[in-house]
Design a protein around this ligand. Structure first.
Ligand SMILES: C[S@@+](CC[C@H](N)C(=O)[O-])C[C@H]1O[C@@H](n2cnc3c(N)ncnc32)[C@H](O)[C@@H]1O
Length: 324
């Protein structure tokens, strides 16, 4: 008979050898259909085999992000920190920690699945760049004047959508048939506000405001593989990225509940433009550097138009003084 310890090791090894699809299939066989947030969590983050457990960035990977437009992206963020007097930066979803050099000399804590830890009660900036779009969401579909959950089941060798029970969703525009419920976003906002004594939260991401929601009547879930968009998010879990647009109005409302007040919401292009405006980007030394000029153009007018910057501030809690 195997000892308990040996049994655990053997089970761990077996788990490692299972693919994401096998893990999900086994879970659905045991418990029945699962929420999409669970499917997304396992597909992206299952130890060893989840999509983000392997390096997916850059030319050989599945996507580029602004963080790879270095040094210009980093220089702009560093400049903004100087303008705001920020001396401490925590970055959840730091990926390859491409901004480590940018923030050298400041207290910089990159955090991702598998590395980094949240500091307690810190003062400074939480930088959430392409973080919220990678967090698990549930899915709801309109039916009989209400909303019901879309869960994930198995049919033959495929993962399929299966109807679930009624599910509460926030304010949704008429004409929207499918909407994501950002369960991961709420959890992470609570964590950010809980760990930050006071300071700033800067969200740089793609998403939609309440008014723009009508552009996405079937929801915003999307997969990416080798730089191509894939509509079927249930296909090949673990082998393709899964993202949901960030619901900016919902994010701002939820953040306010945790004491994070919206200072400004604008396109990432205008946010970055404002940083360099004062001295016409002299600190980037653009005349002598064609590559930097191209990076700045991409950041201001290409990514800058599709991404949004939401800047929040959390003020120091007033100290409760005992009445005299
Ligand atoms: C789209 S990638 C962006 C990475 C990086 N910011 C960039 O732009 O290159 C999202 C990252 O968030 C990470 N992530 C997801 N959930 C997380 C969590 N709860 N805490 C920290 N990182 C997380 C993923 O592992 C992934 O590296």
């Amino acid at each position: 008979m195997l000892s308990r310890a040996k049994e655990r090791v053997t089970h761990a090894k077996l788990r490692v050898q299972m693919s994401v699809a096998e893990l999900l299939r086994a879970e659905i066989a045991r418990h029945g259909s699962i929420p999409f947030s669970r499917f997304m969590e396992v597909a992206l983050y299952a130890p060893e085999v989840g999509y983000y457990r392997r390096d997916r960035f850059g030319r050989a990977g599945d996507f580029y992000t602004a963080e790879q437009l270095q040094p210009v992206f980093g220089m702009l963020l560093r400049r903004w920190c100087e303008q705001q007097g920020i001396e401490r930066v925590v970055q959840p979803g730091a990926g390859r920690a491409a901004l480590a050099e940018t923030f050298a000399g400041l207290g910089y804590t990159p955090i991702d699945i598998g590395y980094g830890a949240w500091p307690e009660d810190f003062r400074g900036l939480v930088l959430a760049h392409e973080f919220f779009d990678a967090l698990p969401v549930d899915v709801a579909e309109r039916c009989d004047g209400g909303w019901r959950e879309r869960r994930v089941g198995v049919s033959g060798d495929r993962f399929v959508w299966t109807p679930g029970a009624a599910i509460p969703v926030g304010e949704v525009e008429e004409g929207i048939a499918v909407v994501e419920v950002p369960v991961g976003m709420e959890r992470e906002l609570r964590r950010i506000a809980g760990r930050m004594g006071s300071g700033h939260l800067l969200v740089l991401d793609y998403g939609y405001t309440q008014r723009e929601q009508i552009r996405f009547p079937q929801g915003t879930l999307m997969s990416y593989r080798q730089h191509r968009a894939v509509d079927d998010v249930l296909r090949d879990p673990g082998e393709q990225d899964i993202t949901a647009h960030v619901p900016f109005s919902g994010l701002a409302a939820a953040a306010a509940q945790y004491g994070l007040e919206l200072v400004r919401s604008e396109s990432m292009g205008s946010f970055l433009l404002r940083i360099g405006e004062a001295d016409e980007f002299a600190f980037l030394e653009l005349e002598a550097n064609a590559e930097r000029r191209l990076q700045l153009k991409t950041l201001l007018f290409d990514l800058g138009e599709t991404f949004r910057a939401l800047w929040f501030e959390k003020r120091e809690r007033p100290v409760n003084r005992a009445p005299k």
